[in-house]
Design a protein around this ligand. Structure first.
Ligand code: PLP
Length: 345
C-alpha cells in the first residue's frame, strides 16, 4: 500500500536557485562558479538541486562524505564531482576510480594511497590557515605531490564573511602554493569569498549557502533569492477563551477569545524551540505568529488573521534565511541543514 502524502513539504524554487547560481557565476568574474552540494545540497535535496545547477551551467560539484558521492555522480558526467573528505582507505580510492569522482587529497598519506590505487585526476586541498582539512604548506614540496595529476588546487577561507587580515594571509599562501605545484585550475572562494574580489576567484569558485538563498556577507545582500520554502499541514483548529494557555509549560495565554491552529511541524523536523515566540507562518499573504513553545511534532499558530483555514490546509513557514538567523540565533547553514527527514523534498 502506498502511504498517504506526507504532511510536511520542502519546496525548492528552481528558478530562484538558477538565478542565484548565475548571479554568483557573474560575480566570480573570469572564474566559473561550481557548487557545494554536500549534506544533500544543504538539505534541499540533490535530486532537484544538481540537475537545475547543471542546466544553469555549473560543472563542478563538491560533496563532503564518500556516502554522498553516488547520488550526485549519477546526475552528472564523470569527473564533475569532488569528494572533500579525501580517501581514508584503499577502498575509498578504488571507489573514486570506479565511480569517476575526484578525491580531494588532504595529506601525504592520502596522496600515497591514491597513487597506490592507480591514481588519475584528483584535487588537492592545501591548508592556508583554517587549520582544519588540507595538506600543510610545508608538505607541498614532497616528491609524492609531484606524482599527482592535480585538476583543482583548493584552499578554504576561515573568515571570508569578515573583514579579517586572515583573508589576505590565506590569499598569499594560496598564491604561493599555485606557484609551487602543477595543477590545471585553482579555487579558493566560498560564497562570501566571491565578494572579496577578483584576487580571490582563481579559476573556480565554490559557493554553497548563497546558492540556497543564504546571505553570508553584506556585499551579497539584495542579490540572492529565497530558494527553500518549508510547508506544513494544519492538523487541528481550536477556539481559545481568554485565559486559556497553549502548549508545554503554558508559555502563552490567550488575552481574548482567539482561533488557533496546530501544524505538523516541530523540533524533530529542525524547527527548533528557538522559534518559540518569534516564528511566523504565512498563508496567502496573511501572517500567522507561532504561539507558545514549539513541540517535537507540532507548533501552535495564531489563526486570527485567517479564520477560514481548517484541517488539511497547507501553511508556509516564513523562512527567509538572514531574517530567520537574526530571529533565532541559529546560523543560516543550520537553518537549512537541520530540516528533517519528514519533509517531502
Ligand atoms: C562547504 C564548503 C564550501 C561552501 O561554503 P559556503 O560558505 O556555503 O559558500 C566551499 N568549499 C568547501 C571546501 C566547503 O567545505
Amino acid at each position: 500500500m502506498i502511504p498517504p502524502e506526507p504532511a510536511l513539504r520542502l519546496d525548492v524554487d528552481a528558478a530562484a536557485l538558477t538565478h542565484n547560481w548565475i548571479k554568483l557565476d557573474t560575480l566570480s568574474g573570469r572564474a566559473r562558479a561550481g557548487a557545494a552540494v554536500k549534506a544533500d545540497a544543504y538539505g534541499l535535496g540533490v535530486a532537484t538541486v544538481v540537475p537545475a545547477l547543471w542546466q544553469a551551467g555549473c560543472r563542478d560539484f563538491f560533496v563532503a562524505h564518500w556516502s554522498e558521492a553516488t547520488a550526485v555522480a549519477e546526475l552528472v558526467p564523470a569527473g564533475a564531482v569532488s569528494v572533500l573528505h579525501g580517501p581514508l582507505t584503499g577502498a575509498d580510492a578504488a571507489f573514486a576510480r570506479a565511480l569517476g569522482v575526484k578525491p580531494v587529497i588532504n595529506s601525504l598519506a592520502q596522496a600515497q594511497r591514491w597513487i597506490a590505487a592507480g591514481g588519475g585526476a584528483c584535487d588537492l586541498m592545501v591548508d592556508t590557515g583554517i587549520n582544519r582539512l588540507g595538506l600543510p604548506m610545508v608538505d607541498l614540496s614532497d616528491p609524492l605531490i609531484k606524482q599527482l595529476s592535480i585538476d583543482l588546487l583548493l584552499s578554504h577561507l576561515a573568515s571570508a564573511d569578515d573583514e579579517s587580515p586572515l583573508n589576505g594571509i590565506q590569499l598569499g599562501r594560496w598564491n604561493e602554493a599555485r606557484g609551487l605545484i602543477a595543477h590545471r585550475k585553482a579555487s579558493l572562494a566560498n560564497s562570501a569569498g566571491i565578494a572579496l574580489g577578483p584576487d580571490y576567484h582563481g579559476d573556480v569558485t565554490r559557493p554553497g549557502i548563497a546558492l540556497y538563498g543564504g546571505v553570508p556577507c553584506a556585499a551579497l545582500a539584495g542579490e540572492l533569492r529565497q530558494v527553500a520554502r518549508p510547508h506544513a499541514a494544519l492538523i487541528q483548529v481550536r477556539d481559545l477563551q481568554a485565559g486559556d494557555s497553549v502548549g508545554y509549560n503554558a508559555t502563552f495565554t490567550a488575552p481574548v477569545t482567539m482561533r488557533v491552529g496546530v501544524i505538523s511541524l516541530g523540533y524533530a523536523d529542525g524547527y527548533l524551540r528557538a522559534w518559540s515566540g518569534g516564528g511566523t507562518m504565512v498563508h496567502q499573504g496573511r501572517t500567522l505568529p507561532v504561539l507558545g513553545r514549539v513541540s517535537m511534532d507540532m507548533t501552535v499558530i495564531d489563526l486570527s488573521a485567517a479564520p477560514d483555514l481548517g484541517e488539511g490546509d497547507w501553511i508556509e513557514v516564513a523562512y527567509d534565511l538572514p531574517h530567520s538567523a537574526a530571529l533565532t540565533g541559529l546560523s543560516q547553514y543550520e537553518l537549512l541543514t537541520g530540516l528533517g527527514r519528514r519533509f517531502a523534498r
